[in-house]
Each structure stands twice: as structure tokens, then as C-alpha cells.
Design a protein around this ligand. Structure first.
Ligand code: HEM
Length: 234
């Protein structure tokens, strides 16, 4: 057991270990994004449903659960970004000679797209936390309502106010399109890393990746589109 534990740093500093970390943290984030989208869609059920849900998340486990979740989510994003960037650097360093005609390198092109979409999603993520969690530059923190006789944060009103501003809605939609591109490739790569992707199964996992990514795109974009362009909740 102790030799297994002492072998872990060597494993994770190897390129296989880092790939495994990218797949593990990516898999966790894939599940988080789905859960978060299902929670967000409660906005269409009505103010009570989403406010009750938000209140439940904030108070579960005496308010501790939200901090444990934050630790895992922020940790997973940090490790995912660090491992991908260091893998890309190692790949570049391993190339004795740069290719004369890079456009033919499909793998290098898609990994460049992944880094770019990943960094843009990270920028969106920081904006999103400042917008809806830290309430930087807005007074959303003061929005309160009552659910079952209890004073709770009015998440419904906050989201309606947030997406009533056109630039914010447009930015969210662009970020969701990039998230879709990132997920479509990331999900099938994840199956490859864990050894499930063979020549025979590759087209299937490719389709699974796209189906999942399009589901997240449609679900998440329906919210800013309904509010900003169709006046939902306003
Ligand atoms: C249109 C799509 C989205 C909507 C409407 C949305 C909505 C929200 C809202 C309202 C909150 C605050 C909840 C509260 O105050 O109780 C929140 C928090 C959060 N969102 Fe989103 N979100 C969206 C997309 C995303 C995506 C794609 C990610 C990940 C890449 C994400 C990551 C997070 C995280 C991590 C938190 C929790 C922050 C914390 O409490 O520490 N969201 N979101």
C-alpha cells in the first residue's frame, strides 16, 4: 500500500499520469455541467422551484456542502488546466523539428482548438462567478424573497436581471458554443484515455461526445435566449 502511495507522484508527473488526470477531472466537470444545467432549467418551472433549489444548495450540510463542492469544482478546473498546459508544453518540447506544413497535423490543430476554447471557458467561468456568486458590480446580493415562510436569496430575479442585459446574454451564448466545441472533443478523448475507444467504437464515442455537447448547448442557451430575446420573466 505504502509503495503504491509513493509511486503516485511519479505516475502523475508522467505524461500518461497527466492524461489520466485530465480525463478524471474532465469527467467530473462533465457531470457537474450536466447537474448544473438541470438545476438552471428549474427557472422554467417558476420562481419558487429555482429559489427553493438555490436555498437547499446554500444550506445543505449546515452550509458546508457548498464549500466542499466549490473545493472540488475549483480544484478540478485548476488541475485540468495545469495538466493540459504542461502536456502541450511537453509535446512541443519533444518535437525535434517543427513541421514544415502544420495544417496537415490534425491532432495538433484540434489540441490547439482545445487550449483556446478551454482558456475562453476559463475566462467565462471567472466572469460567471463574479456575476452570479460574488455579485461584483451589481446589487443581486440584496434580492430577497420568501419560500415556505423563510427569507431566501431571489436567484430567479437575479438570473432574469442578469440576462436582461444584452451583452451578458451574448457573452454567455458565445461561451456556451465554445463549451460545446470543447465538450464534443473532450468527451470522446476521455473514452480514449481510459482505453474504451478502439477503431471500432471510435465513431460511436464521437457521436456520444457531440450529442452530449449539443444537449448542454441547447439547455444552457435556452435560458439567456428566453429571457433576453423572448422577454421570459420580465
Ligand atoms: C446559461 C448557463 C448558466 C446559467 C443560467 C447559470 C446560472 C448560475 C447561477 C444562477 C448561479 C448562482 C447560484 C446561487 O446563487 O445559488 C451559478 C453558479 C455557478 N455556476 Fe453557473 N450557470 C450557467 C452555466 C455555467 C457553466 C457552463 C459553468 C461551468 C463551466 C457554471 C459554473 C458555475 C459554478 C461553479 C457556480 C457556483 C459558484 C459558487 O457558488 O461557488 N455555470 N450559475
Amino acid at each position: 500500500m505504502s509503495s503504491l502511495i509513493s509511486a503516485l507522484p511519479t505516475f502523475y508527473s508522467s505524461s500518461i499520469g497527466k492524461k489520466f488526470l485530465v480525463a478524471l477531472t474532465g469527467g467530473f466537470l462533465v457531470l457537474f455541467v450536466l447537474g448544473h444545467m438541470i438545476g438552471n432549467l428549474l427557472i422554467f418551472v417558476g420562481p419558487e422551484a429555482i429559489n427553493e433549489y438555490g436555498h437547499m444548495l446554500q444550506t445543505a450540510g449546515h452550509g458546508m456542502l457548498v464549500w466542499v463542492a466549490r473545493l472540488f469544482i475549483f480544484g478540478a478546473i485548476g488541475v485540468h488546466a495545469w495538466a493540459t498546459i504542461s502536456l502541450t508544453k511537453a509535446n512541443r518540447a519533444a518535437r525535434v523539428q517543427r513541421y514544415g506544413f502544420e495544417a496537415t497535423q490534425v491532432a495538433s490543430k484540434s489540441s490547439r482548438v482545445m487550449i483556446l476554447s478551454g482558456l475562453t471557458i476559463l475566462a467565462f467561468f471567472i466572469y460567471h462567478i463574479l456575476h452570479f456568486t460574488v455579485h461584483a458590480g451589481n446589487d443581486y446580493g440584496s434580492y430577497m424573497t420568501t419560500v415556505n415562510g423563510e427569507q431566501v436569496h431571489d436567484v430567479y430575479r437575479m438570473v432574469i436581471a442578469g440576462f436582461s442585459w444584452l451583452p451578458a446574454s451574448v457573452f454567455y451564448i458565445i461561451a456556451m458554443a465554445l463549451l460545446c466545441s470543447h465538450l464534443s472533443h473532450g468527451v470522446s478523448s476521455m473514452f480514449q484515455t481510459v482505453g474504451l475507444n478502439t477503431e471500432k467504437t471510435a465513431p460511436f464515442y464521437h457521436k456520444v461526445g457531440w450529442a452530449y455537447a449539443l444537449l448542454i448547448l441547447a439547455g444552457n442557451c435556452s435560458i439567456p435566449i428566453a429571457i433576453c430575446f423572448f422577454g421570459y420573466g420580465r
